[in-house]
Design a binder for this molecule. Sequence first.
Ligand code: SF4
Ligand code: SF4
Length: 168
Amino acid sequence: MLNPCRLCDAKCCKDHVITVTSFDVLRIIGKTGKKPSEFTELRTANLLNSDNDTIIECYKNKLRYEYVLALKSHPCYFLKDNLCTIHEFAPLGCRVYPHNDRGRVGARALCPTIAKLLFMIKKPDIMVGEYLRYFNEYKRIVAKWNKKHGTKEDCLEFLLEESKTSDI
Ligand code: SF4
Ligand code: SF4
């Protein structure tokens, strides 16, 4: 079947800011050998952020709300010639896109209309349930971190260590 993304110039990888979970980071490190600092960053959380449960709180001089992101810059670090170079192990949020958490193509997805129609036939690369299972576990780990009142420097290591020992 035609890959719907062939009909597009990777708009989602250029226009969206992608939240990655610590599970995504571990998987990408394992497959690419890259350091997390090469492809992730903690960014000040956007007030319009729709999911408060992934906001990371770091303390030092003042309270800060931040997000772990896959993007060092736009377009995405892993985008080459308008294609994802890590497609098979990309962040689960990327692999499920443009489907929403019920497996339907999201109304606000950036895909061209014809690509959206093809995505209605084509299933996501991973099961939506699997994506949600990891995402919910990530939220649990973030909540645990937020109770620690830790600093920005210690945050990623904590998230990664918790993910390594998670039952998931
Ligand atoms: S998922 Fe949609 S917006 Fe992203 S590259 Fe494919 S067609 Fe384009
Ligand atoms: S990881 Fe791949 S799919 Fe996700 S934003 Fe980057 S290039 Fe696009």
